[in-house]
Design a protein around this ligand. Structure first.
Ligand code: PNS
Length: 165
């Protein structure tokens, strides 16, 4: 059984993430979508909220599970005996950071390969940060994220704004 991990912050999941998860689910027997810690980012959603949104967005994919981990991705990959870490690559701007992480993960766990899927062109521009900014400034995010998470973003943005006042 070939298991792949799709790791990320998923704060929140976007249509671009879902595209990569769906394509990974066609390539591997089982896919774990892993909400992992990115020390450089401060999240809008809690880890539990991100997992819950991902679970709803992936219910149509029977070989996909959602999990969270607050340690090293390389250790999680070893624990699960994963064959691959699958990441989406959007543009050159992603490349340096992703390349650095892939090489570090290989040093930490030589058993796991990092596989890059080029993002579908319609999602080239999309990021969770942009979705959050559009939502905070009152824009419509329904084109950018799965329909089942739009209300979570609206509710969270309203609550954040109320707390900010
Ligand atoms: O969606 P992101 O924020 O680009 O995802 C980055 C993420 C969470 C995959 C990365 O920060 C990560 O792997 N975190 C887990 C901790 C870890 O292993 N850090 C060393 C990475 S080489």
């Amino acid at each position: 059984m070939r298991l792949a991990i799709c790791p990320g912050s998923f704060d929140p999941v976007t249509n671009g993430h879902l595209d990569v998860i769906q394509r990974a689910a066609r390539l591997f027997d089982r896919v774990v979508v892993l909400v992992a810690v990115n020390m450089g980012k401060h999240g809008m959603f809690t880890v539990d909220e991100r997992c819950e949104m991902l679970r709803r967005a992936t219910t149509h994919l029977p070989n996909v599970e959602v999990a969270a981990y607050n340690g090293l991705l390389a250790d999680y990959a070893r624990e699960r005996q994963a064959a691959a870490i699958v990441k989406g690559l959007r543009a050159m701007s992603d490349f340096e950071y992703e390349f650095q992480m892939a090489l570090t993960n290989r040093k930490l766990n030589s058993e796991v390969e990092t596989v890059f899927l080029t993002t579908s062109t319609e999602y080239m521009y999309l990021s969770s940060s942009l979705v959050k900014e559009v939502a905070r400034l009152g824009g419509d995010v329904s084109e950018f994220v799965p329909a089942c998470v739009v209300n979570d973003i609206l509710n969270k943005t309203e609550r954040t704004e109320k707390n900010d006042r």
